[in-house]
Design a protein around this ligand. Structure first.
Ligand SMILES: Cc1ncc(C[n+]2csc(CCOP(=O)(O)OP(=O)(O)O)c2C)c(N)n1
Ligand SMILES: [Mg+2]
Length: 553
């Protein structure tokens, strides 16, 4: 037992869970927590210039490492400023812990309008997270922090919130600390039903043209998935969160553009740790007689896209069991090398159409080490990267997933670099999205976070502008942008900046920037309206699948 404040009880509980970094922006309700962070030599605190960046940095930290990313902000407007990042963490199943304050406990529910009061903050946060709770007394902090970690790490991961009232943060009590939740009881690995494994293996060995689709739930199962794929001679298709699980330079690692070329002949689809959004919604029109098998840790997924056989289990364990069962049921299969390589070659030829995006991505890939991180963004080069940027290792491609959160990229990249200081981190951005978090250049300098930003400046919300050109007869509204001089801007923040006007220039600039290890802004000028649309590659059956109903899985 030791006497400490509520804020201190939270911080000491974080240390018990191995937290080494907290992203945070202080204010009066959470002073005690910050004061405890001052004491906590084991935790590095990284501040930001807007709360949204604390949460994006925690998201980048979590996605790039698989560990919990922690941020802390004031209640009300402070925590609301982080909600775009939180819904992104939710979309990407990222274990992000949001710790926020509350108005004084005596005022809760009275509606008297205390500083930063929301009508029902906990209810609001519950709609944005996997789990949320209020710590009502300092003595309850160790238990609830442990609970938060269990929630983030068990089953389908996701963000959680803990809040504590202002007076409880300051209140002192005798507190008994607990060990980290996993030291107390390991988090259970969900085992597959052996009967279903056997049935699925039978279907897989009976298939002539199986296909595997992987997503963010399979990030830890790469080796097993490659072995299963090789055994079955099945292409492994990934889109955003699943990139790099099977390296793109492996014969069986395919983008969705290459995968789609093999789709119409596929007779068995095996989804592992994926919502199956690509085959079910983007591709639609399933091949006749297609059998769908799924491995997912979340039983609810089986209700959303219904499989013929649904295995609710940890993807690594289930895939390992599938390999054994498949090897028992079937012999060596004929190689599909030629057809798969042809699909890949056709796909890479076709996406050359995306110029200049493809040429720029090519040089970024040449310069970025295999284990370097690429943080995409909702932009022309970002979209092209979904299908045209080779990824070699899981977690090295950081995406906002289905949330499509414009502006997530640069602040997320700061968190990626904070978590991986020895690795190269490149953040690509459009001029529109970059300006959502431009002030964090100050954060990069203050904490010496050496992210290299490649800013593709077309002086427009380019995607919107092109839609207005093509679909609204050029009635441009709200999509042209008047930008600052980005070089002067960088300079004023103390960030080195340079311009590159072609792929060769970008290559040189990147080599130099990555060598420095300091934050750097490279601006690439793009002629407004010059970038061709990527959407026909992503929605091969029509750009707007919502209005054109197709048969879905
Ligand atoms: C939070 C959020 N707000 C708005 C949008 C809508 N949106 C999608 S793309 C885009 C324009 C992006 O412009 P920019 O970052 O310059 O990239 P570009 O398309 O020009 O390459 C907008 C406004 C979004 N996806 N997310
Ligand atoms: Mg733009």
């Amino acid at each position: 037992m030791a006497r400490m404040s509520g804020g201190s009880a939270i911080v000491r509980s974080l240390i018990k869970h191995g937290v080494d970094t907290v992203f945070g922006l202080p204010g009066v309700q959470i002073y005690s927590l910050f004061d405890a962070l001052y004491e906590a030599r084991d935790i590095k605190v990284i501040g930001s210039r807007h709360e949204q960046a604390t949460a994006y940095m925690a998201f980048g930290y979590a996605k790039s490492t698989g560990r919990v990313g922690v941020y802390t902000v004031v209640p009300g407007p402070g925590v609301l400023n982080t909600t775009a990042a939180l819904c992104t963490a939710y979309a990407c199943n990222a274990p992000v812990l949001c710790i926020t304050g509350q108005i004084p406990s005596d005022y809760l529910g009275k509606g008297r309008g205390h500083l930063h009061e929301l009508p029902d903050q906990l209810a609001t946060m519950r709609t944005l997270t996997k789990w949320a709770a209020r710590i009502e007394h300092p003595t309850d902090a160790p238990r609830l922090v442990a609970e938060a970690f269990r929630e983030m790490k068990s089953g389908r991961p996701g963000p959680v919130e803990l809040e504590m009232c202002w007076d409880i943060m300051d209140m002192e009590a005798e507190i008994e600390m607990r060990e980290g939740v996993e030291a107390e009881a390991p988090i259970e690995t969900i085992q597959p039903d052996p009967e279903l494994i056997q049935r699925a293996a039978k279907v897989l060995t009976g298939a002539t043209k199986p296909m595997i689709v992987v997503g963010g739930g399979a990030l830890e199962a790469g080796e097993e998935i490659l072995e299963l794929a090789e055994t079955l001679q099945a292409p492994v298709v990934s889109f955003r969160s699943g990139r790099g699980i099977v390296s793109d330079d492996r014969e069986l690692g395919l983008s969705i553009v290459a995968g789609h070329k093999l789709w119409h002949e596929t007779d068995v689809l095996l989804g592992i740790g994926t919502r199956l959004d690509v085959p079910s919604r983007l591709w639609r029109h399933p091949p006749k007689g297609l059998k769908v098998l799924r491995v997912d840790i979340d039983p609810v997924e089986m209700r959303r896209v219904k499989p013929d056989i649904g295995i609710v289990a940890d993807s690594k364990v289930a895939t390992r069991d599938l390999i054994k069962a498949v090897q028992k049921h079937g012999g060596v299969r004929p190689s599909r090398r030629d057809e798969i390589l042809e699909a890949k070659a056709r796909a890479s030829r076709e996406i050359q159409y995306l110029e200049p995006q493809s040429a720029y991505l090519k040089v970024i890939r040449e310069v970025l080490p295999r284990d370097g991180f690429f943080v995409e963004e909702v932009s022309q080069v970002g979209f092209a990267s979904w299908i045209g940027f080779p990824v070699y290792k899981p977690r090295t491609y950081v995406t906002c997933g289905y949330q499509g959160t414009l502006g997530f990229g640069f602040p997320t990249a700061l968190g990626v670099k904070a978590a991986n200081p020895d690795k190269a981190v490149i953040s690509v951005a459009g001029d529109g999205g970059f300006m959502f978090g431009v002030q964090e250049l100050a954060t990069a300098v203050q904490h010496n976070i050496g992210v290299v930003i490649v800013l593709f400046n077309n002086n427009a919300f380019g995607n919107v502008r092109r839609d207005q050109e093509e679909r609204f007869h050029g009635r441009l509204i709200g999509s042209d942008l008047t930008n600052p001089d980005f070089m002067k801007l960088a300079e004023s923040f103390g960030v080195s900046g340079c311009r590159a006007n072609n792929p060769d220039g970008l290559k040189k600039a990147l080599e130099e920037a990555l060598g420095k290890g300091a934050p750097c802004l490279i601006e690439v000028h793009i002629e407004k309206g010059s970038e061709p649309s990527p959407w026909k590659f992503i929605y091969p059956k029509g750009v707007n699948p919502v209005s054109k109903a197709g048969k879905e899985l």
